[in-house]
Design a protein around this ligand. Sequence first.
Ligand SMILES: C[S@@+](CC[C@H](N)C(=O)[O-])C[C@H]1O[C@@H](n2cnc3c(N)ncnc32)[C@H](O)[C@@H]1O
Length: 445
Amino acid sequence: MESLGQYLRDAREGLNLPLQEVYKRTNIDVTLLSRIENGRRLPTKEQMQLLVRLYGCDEHKSLVLLGAEKVLFTLDGNKEYKLEVIQSVSEKVRLGKIPSLFPELSEVGYKMFDLESRRYIGNKAKLTRWIMNIINEHTGGFSSFFDVFAGTASVSKAAIPYADKIIMNDFLSSNNIIYKAFFAEGIYDMGKLYSIIEYYNSINPDSVKDNYFSDNFGDKFFDYRNSKLIGYIREDIERRRNDLTPKEYAILLASLIYSIDKIANTVGHFDAYIKKEIAYHPLSIQLIKLLNPKNIEIYKEDSNILARSITADVAYIDPPYNSRQYSRFYHIYENLVEWNKPELFGVAMKPKAKNMSAYCTSSAPVAFRDLIQNLNVRHIAVSYNNTYDSKSGSSKNKITLEQIKSILEERGNTVIYDCAHRCFNTGKTEFADHKELLFITEVKR
Ligand SMILES: C[S@@+](CC[C@H](N)C(=O)[O-])C[C@H]1O[C@@H](n2cnc3c(N)ncnc32)[C@H](O)[C@@H]1O
């Protein structure tokens, strides 16, 4: 029986197609093509389908050859051992004893992104244990948890073992798609997703044409070659949309965001890029590690509007406290997820402003009071931090600690914890040095 590589080579040569021509029509790198023909690499299913379509060869036969070679590639040992394994596999297939679940890729040793593995200003990933312990002890336990400004959702994730229901909200599209990817219910096929990202990782950036992403962000936030690849991948995810379930679509976009965060030429946000030559680190797309807990509600609304319609045991409040707008910090992710390709302005190539938070303006105390007044919950937990870049004027906090305290006191008795788990003697404490605080209010009935 011939090999897949031989079969594909014969088909190509029968058409008198040089490898260079195949590359032009399929975007599969010439070196990779010749390795496939020599049997030194297996094509992904996607690549094989491109070749089969181009050469007009038998798709079923190619799939069988690919499947057989995949099995053989994973087998080492002597001939007898291999024959025994194959016999046992064919017996299982005949009897229908095929494992019904594709194992999570992380379980078979494939590297995947954890939810916390992302740079995001003000995220509480390192404090979640502290926050949840205090909330749990102080409230005596709770069953529903409302993360009003969820950001990366690191706190929502930490609440999973404590609560039967998690409600998460953030008005950014990029955060919303990440929640849908990690948390939402939905059908997905990890094998299919893996084969798509395998295809992305096989693309040679030099073979990719200029596009919206590279035209705007190339050699700024990302090196030029990577930015071409990012634009191509984003467009490809959109092209496939009809063949993807909503969950698969969200997983691919979230994985793209997590992957490009690792090579972005920034200090962790996209307000500016680092102005020196960008070292080239090849983009490697990895999938995210799904959480899929039960009973999750996901919203993408303005906090103060949503608060009026949610009932929960605990509301966790972690708004921005200075004038730095998250929609401006993460404009590239917003752009990439919404993919409306808007006109961009300024050195940082930002679109026209939207999703500007009242919490970043002088009306922050009014917005905060309105929110607190309208929460329908038993306990309110508020995180407060005064550390972010405090030398800069735009980073001065918009709501003072005293304002937070007095607004919370209007709803009920309020206790303040600092990072060392200590409870402050309210009113007399010198707050200024404290960096991480957690206010907990027991709402009066
Ligand atoms: C300090 S971050 C939250 C960090 C989060 N606790 C974490 O661990 O990642 C504040 C979040 O509030 C969101 N936000 C700001 N104003 C908002 C509003 N009015 N409605 C909804 N979300 C808002 C921002 O997009 C940002 O993600």
